[in-house]
Structure formats: C-alpha cells, structure tokens
Design a protein around this ligand. Structure first.
Ligand code: GDD
Ligand code: MG
Length: 347
C-alpha cells in the first residue's frame, strides 16, 4: 500500500507578514484557490486516498489558528519542532505498526506549488515503482539560479526509464559552490519530495542517525505495548535530535535515486518566488486585494484591508496585513527572515 505523509510543521518565516508562527504559509492560500496544504492533498488524488494521508505537524497548529485546516485529517502531532528527520522516522514506524505492513511512503512538504498535476502524478508513479526496489527516491528539478536554500543532486547518466542514480547530494551549499554546481550542468535541485518504503528509511536511520533509531525503537515498544502512540510521542518526542532528513540521511545514503521532474515546481520560499510564479500584468506588476497602482513596474502589491495606492514605483514588494506592512526591494525578499529574527529577539 501507499501512504501520503505531509510535512506541515515549518514556520515559513520568509513570507512574513502574511505567514506567522501561529499560521504559517502551508495553512494559507498563496496564489492558489485553497490553502497550500489542501492543494498538496488534492494533488495526490487519486493515487493516494484521503484515508491513507497523514499530516505531521506541531500540536500548537492542530489546536490553534490552523485547526480548521487540519480538522478531519489523520494527524501525527509533535509537541515541539525537531526538523524533518524525526517527523519522517516517526511516521515510518507508525505506518508500519498501524497497518502491519511495509507501505511505500510519499513524503511531501505542505508548502510547495506544483503547477502540472498530471506530470507530477506520472513522476510519482515512476518513483513508487523505484521505491519498491528498496531505493530512496527524490524528485530532481532543473536549477535556474545559484540558490543557496536548496539541496543539489549530482545524478548518474539516465537509465532507460529516465530514473537516475544519485552520485552526490549537497544540502544548502554556499553561493560559490551553488554557482559551480549550476555551471556544471549535471546537478538537479532537490525538490524536498521523497518516496521510499518505510523499512528502507528506517534502515537508513539506524545506519546514519543511530541515537534517533534507538529512541524510536524505545517509543515503538511502548506504543506496541500498553500506551497510546499519541501519548508516547507527546512525552518522548522532545528527546529526538534536531536534524533535517537532508543533512541526516540524503547527504550520506548510498541508495538514492532521482526521478527528473518537470512539473512546474516552486517552493514559494519568498515573496520574490511568489512574484515570479504569479500572473503579472504587462508591466510585471502582481496586485491582489485592495490596490490601486499608476505607472508602476515590476511590483508585488498585496493588501488585505487598507488601500495600497502606488504611483511611479518600480521593483517594490508591498504586503499589507492588519498589524504589519512589509516594504521590500524586489530581489531582496530572502532577507525578510532577518526582520522576523529581529522581531523574535525583541520578544
Ligand atoms: N512536521 C514537521 N516538523 N514538519 C517540518 C518541520 C518539523 O519540525 N520542519 C520543517 N517541516 C516541514 C516544512 O513545513 C516543509 O513543508 C518541509 O518540512 C521542509 O522543511 P523546510 O524547512 O521548508 O526545508 P527547506 O526548504 O529549508 O529545505 C528542504 O526543501 C528544499 C526544497 O524546497 C530540503 O529538502 C532541500 O534539500 C530542498 O531543496
Ligand atoms: Mg522549504
């Protein structure tokens, strides 16, 4: 069987002030018809049914402002954030223990945009086949800029079916190395979507993050005994090491395969990314909500309530919310994170 595991515990801080700690971007509608989480679930239909989909997220989200977005979904709730490796490992163990089988897991971030659902599903079907052969499968995106926020994957020559063995995985390189890998031409971006058998990822956790595997085994024996699995997670998850699946496993594993994915992917990581994928007018402006603009070029103007009136501006991102207004030069929106960090320090 196939299980969908949706990771929805991140904080999405670079899309401030729309994305907030209490209601980060995966629960918001950013340029689509519904929230990014609902769009992610809908994208799996009909390959993975609603009952086989599990959302892994923070307990605070499930009881807080995101409640209505999560209601009615299978949930694995973390009492605190420990990045993606523990979230995925717990999900793998639970999927085995709840089903009594060894399902293939389709692990998807809840905060990405995929414009071409048919192409995505074709890649996914291929990835599920490759995962059955005990591989860790990732989706490769052709890079177009030296982004430092992504993983880079060097792939072997394509096999007959387009699936490629992975030679090297480099998570979040510095700018010089990112540029080198972009120029090399043989690297893909890691999309952050993964497909593998539960048993295979657990083997890799045992091999590369043994202290996590030990805690996981202890938790499993408790929930396979008398305790409820939710309670075991609530009381023990905090002891998990804080590490991403990319640094913890993907950089080290020797059994990674890549499916090239031309699927209209964007991780919508920043306002510039939102701008890029939006439908602009002829002058490159993207406006939504209560906005009036005269003679503007290359702007993203987004207002919930107060009128944004702009005259003769260029290369500006403006986002209005009830308690904060962001003004940012286009091209610098990665740095919105610095604002959020400063605000946190002031708390
Ligand atoms: N449940 C849970 N718990 N989910 C989490 C946690 C956590 O502690 N931390 C992050 N997530 C979720 C996020 O909401 C997101 O959907 C996904 O896991 C990935 O986490 P990010 O924090 O967004 O990772 P990233 O964007 O820095 O890097 C990853 O994605 C890139 C592509 O967007 C990596 O896989 C890179 O290699 C990849 O290129
Ligand atoms: Mg991300």
């Amino acid at each position: 069987s196939v299980k969908g595991i949706i990771l929805a515990g991140g904080s999405g801080s670079r899309l401030w002030p729309l994305s907030r700690q209490q209601l980060p971007k995966q629960f918001l509608n950013i340029g689509g018809a519904s929230s990014m989480l609902s769009a992610t679930i809908e994208r799996l239909d009909p390959l993975v049914g609603h009952d086989d989909i599990w959302v892994v997220t923070g307990e605070t989200h499930a009881t807080g402002e995101a409640f209505s977005e999560l209601e009615g979904l299978n949930q694995i709730l973390e009492p605190c954030g420990r990045n993606t490796a523990p979230a995925i490992a717990i999900a793998a163990a639970l999927m085995q223990d709840l089903s009594g089988e060894d399902p293939v897991m389709v692990v998807l971030p809840a905060d990405h945009i995929v414009a071409n659902k048919e192409a995505f599903q074709a890649c996914l079907s291929k990835a599920i086949e490759v995962a059955q052969e005990d591989r860790l499968v990732t989706f490769g995106i052709v890079p177009n800029a030296p982004e430092t926020g992504f993983g880079y994957i060097q792939a072997d020559a394509a096999g007959g079916d387009g699936v490629r063995k992975v030679l090297r995985f480099v998570e979040k390189p510095d700018i010089q190395n990112a540029q080198r890998m972009l120029d090399d031409g043989n690297y893909y971006w890691n999309s952050g979507m993964f497909v593998w058998k539960a048993s295979v990822i657990i083997e890799e956790v045992e091999k590369y993050i043994p202290e996590m595997a030990a805690l996981l085994n202890e938790m499993r024996s408790r929930w396979n005994g008398k305790e409820k699995w939710q309670e075991v997670i609530r009381s023990s998850f905090e002891k998990m090491p804080d590490i991403s699946i990319d640094y913890g496993i993907m950089e080290r594993s020797e059994r990674v395969s890549l499916v090239p994915a031309e699927i209209g992917w964007s991780d919508v990581g920043s306002w510039d990314a939102v701008h890029e994928m939006a439908k602009h007018d002829a002058d490159g402006n993207e406006m939504s909500g209560n906005v009036m603009a005269i003679d503007c070029r290359n702007t993203l103007l987004r207002s919930e309530k107060a009128l944004i009136a702009a005259v003769g501006i260029e290369d500006i991102i403006a986002v209005e919310t009830p308690d904060a207004i962001l003004l940012c030069k286009a091209g610098q929106s990665q740095r919105v994170k610095e604002i959020v960090d400063n605000l946190k320090e002031g708390e």
